[in-house]
Write a protein that binds this ligand. Structure first.
Ligand SMILES: [Zn+2]
Ligand SMILES: [Zn+2]
Length: 730
């Protein structure tokens, strides 16, 4: 018996299978999709790989044997093996990196995984119940023994640790009971299921019914519901139906900030039938949750992007909440989009895919209007709650009154909410204290030595930090250039905002949520929980506070500067700004309180800002779409982003021109090639990055040409290439 093994080797030219002999002792156990350990290359070095085929005879001499099976339970099933090829072909990655992405990181570790398994000891009967009953009558020596046996007549198994060990041992010796070890999951929720407490409202019911009518079809629904319209309830009702027919559900949420809130709702409704997968879990927890899914011990998977690969066999529905979120696109290899994977799995299992959002991407919305997706709408908030009033503040006018951070209007509104004991959310999409530090006498500016970017001042640690590469240094007391000049910080980050708010409203309790305050495990959950329990009056933070969070007492949302996202030179910035402002606005007034959103901007006449004021998603969509049509951007054209990277400037520049020429000669003349230009931040981590962008509609030669380009640089000493099909950012 022989096995073809795809080895875990990070060299593209070795992304192929090698044949190994299956030794006698593994023949009964080995299966396609299993992870095995083999020796590879010269000497005794060992490596892991996936068995992708098993056959009985081969015409090769001198083969090595498989050393061991890494984990008998962890198997990539037929579907996932097939899906890996799709990921390889659509993102141009290696097959092995596609397979590795499908398993959580703890399962990629080369050591045996048994160290992640925790066991619990149970007792079970070995004799028929009648025999046991008569044994209790006649022979049982004491009450302890009787208790054990009675418990086992009632239950299939009982925890060993609950009973006296001498009685247990006696009964085992007599051959009446046996000990069994079972895997203990670290996250262990009670197996309860609560009936739906919430009755769906008319609109929700209509959407729910429509999807229910197509539960065994490959079909994509776009659920476009305003913030607070009760999309989560629709999801839960759908999952209820799916699980009742003994099928499974995958539900993706955009980021870990949101998982806590949603997972808690799911635990309350579905108990231990829920498995969770996200980066906030320990390696052991991830391993357990993965096994729960593989063994069918959980029917519902809730997680972030990579949970789309959950090894579910009997899939019944896929739901992607906040489908517009960029977190569904992976930014490093393999650069897949979870929505594409979801579509593939929806087709494979013939089940519906539900994409939900208050602000769908314009690509999705265009597909829905064309009928490629089925559009379902929830135009109203639940319980007759009103959408908040929107007030735009012109900060140019406020600057004349020396209101730099807060306009007098927003200040008054915050004071009003504090008096009413209602809560406030403030969005500022920049972390740190000041965004720029320079010398007031010579003008010296602190820049990252590795990147083309200014350093951000973090006051709490008195440090200057690069948000691209992580470089940091202590802020000196005087200018390093002229030695005497005083250093001043400019710009506004969340840290400075927190300080300003505390000094304007000294009585208020303020909490900040950004990457700096949430780096520790469980920090997100704690901030959200404390704010919900009204331990704080004001929550301020970066975009991580904008999506999905549900706080009944919030009646005011302030956007400190709407301009930071408007000013990003990207064809999606109008779409993204609308989504961000509309999402953060949606945090206000969810329980019916009269609510207001105050948006501060230097561009009150900007089209997107006007549309936010009017609350019209569709007009902003139409406006942006007309621009995209003219400029040939998605969804009218597809995009490919190619980065040519090197630590040596000349090499990057020279090879970028070569790549351009090669593409020009080898892809369709209908496709448009732009560049090479310098990437938006040219140098990151000491690497210079040139960029080429391709716009195309149909190009049969494209994928091959891109593969060729990619392969040309596999063994290049100083230059590497990154190819991103359908990038989120260009
Ligand atoms: Zn100076
Ligand atoms: Zn840097």
């Amino acid at each position: 018996m022989y096995a073809e093994v795809l080895i875990e080797y990070k060299v593209k030219s070795l992304d192929r299978t090698f044949t190994y002999i299956v030794p006698e002792n593994l023949r009964d156990k080995i299966k396609i999709g299993m992870k095995v350990t083999v020796s590879f290359g010269m000497g005794d070095s060992t490596i892991n790989g996936f068995v992708v085929n098993i056959k009985n005879d081969v015409n090769l001499g001198n083969l090595k044997e498989i050393i061991s099976i890494t984990d008998e339970e962890l198997i990539l099933n037929e579907e996932l093996l097939e899906l890996g090829k799709y990921v390889r072909d659509t993102t141009l990655c290696t097959l092995i990196s596609a397979y590795q992405t499908m398993l959580p990181s703890s399962l990629k570790i080369k050591t045996i995984n048994s160290k992640y398994q925790k066991y619990e000891c149970y007792l079970k009967l070995t004799m028929p119940v009648d025999f046991v009953r008569s044994f209790i009558e006649s022979e049982a020596k004491n009450q302890n023994q009787k208790d054990i046996l009675n418990a086992l007549i009632e239950n299939e198994k009982v925890l060993k640790s609950k009973f006296s060990s001498s009685s247990v041992n006696t009964l085992i010796k007599k051959g009446i009971i046996k000990e069994v070890k079972e895997l203990k999951y670290r996250i262990n929720k009670e197996n309860v299921r609560v009936e739906n407490k919430v009755v769906l409202m008319e609109d929700q019911k209509r959407c729910f019914d429509e999807i229910c009518n197509h539960l065994s079809e490959e079909k994509t629904f776009l659920l476009h519901g305003v913030t607070g319209s009760g999309k989560t309830e629709v999801y839960m009702h759908l999952i209820d139906v799916v699980v009742a027919s003994n099928k499974c559900a995958i539900m993706l949420v955009p980021e870990i900030t949101l998982t806590a809130q949603i997972v808690n709702n799911f635990y309350e409704r579905f108990g231990g039938d829920v498995a969770i997968l996200h980066s906030g879990l320990s390696a052991g927890e991830k391993y357990d949750e993965y096994l729960k899914i593989m063994r069918g011990d959980a029917h519902i998977v809730v997680g972030t992007r990579s949970a789309i690969f959950a090894p579910i066999r009997n899939l019944g529905i896929i739901i992607i909440d906040e489908e517009h979120s960029e977190s569904y696109k992976q930014e490093n290899t393999p650069r897949y989009n979870a929505i594409d994977i979801a579509k593939w799995r929806s087709a494979y299992h013939k089940v519906p895919l539900v994409l939900g959002s208050a602000t769908p991407t314009y690509e999705s919305y265009a597909r829905a209007l064309k009928g490629v997706y089925t559009l379902l709408t929830l135009p109203k908030r639940v319980n007759d709650a009103k959408l908040p009033k929107i007030k735009i503040i012109d900060m140019k006018e406020e600057m004349k009154k020396r209101n730099v951070v807060l306009s007098s209007y927003l200040k008054d509104k915050i004071r009003d909410r504090l008096e009413k004991r209602e809560q406030v959310i403030l969005l500022l999409n920049r972390r740190g204290y000041g965004t720029l530090v320079n010398c007031s006498s010579c003008g010296y500016t602190f820049k990252c030595p590795n990147c083309d970017i200014t350093l951000t001042y973090h006051k709490s640690t008195n440090s200057l930090r690069c948000h691209y590469c992580g470089y940091y240094t202590t802020k000196p007391s005087h200018c390093p250039e002229c030695k005497t000049g005083e250093l001043k910080d400019f710009g506004l980050g969340t840290e400075k905002l927190e300080q300003e708010i505390s000094s304007i409203f000294p009585e208020s309790k303020v909490v900040r949520m950004d990457a700096d305050t949430t780096s520790k495990k469980g920090a997100h959950e704690r901030i959200i929980k404390d704010f919900k329990e009204e331990k704080y009056d004001i929550l301020l933070g970066t975009q991580m506070i904008s999506k999905g969070l549900d706080f009944p007492k919030v009646s005011l949302v302030g956007v400190i500067s709407a301009d930071s996202s408007l000013n990003i030179p990207d064809f999606r910035s109008g779409e993204r700004t609308y989504a961000l402002l509309s999402q953060v606005s949606g945090r206000a007034g969810r329980s019916g309180l009269d609510s207001e959103v105050v948006i501060q901007t230097f561009n009150p006449d900007n089209f997107t800002i006007k549309m936010i004021e009017m609350g019209t998603f569709i007009k902003n969509y139409q406006y942006e779409m007309s621009i995209r049509k003219t400029l040939k951007y998605p969804p009218y054209y597809y995009l490919v982003g190619i980065k040519i990277c090197s630590k040596i400037y000349e090499d990057a520049s020279k090879e970028a021109s070569k790549v351009y020429k090669y593409l020009k000669d080898n892809i369709s003349t209908e496709s448009i090639i732009l560049g090479p230009t310098t990437a938006s931040v040219f140098r990151v981590n000491s690497v210079y990055r040139f960029q080429i962008v391709i716009k195309y509609r149909f190009d049969e030669k494209l994928v091959n040409a891109l593969r060729e380009v990619d392969e040309m640089y596999i063994n290049h000493k100083t230059v590497y290439i990154e190819v991103d099909m359908n990038p989120y950012y260009i």
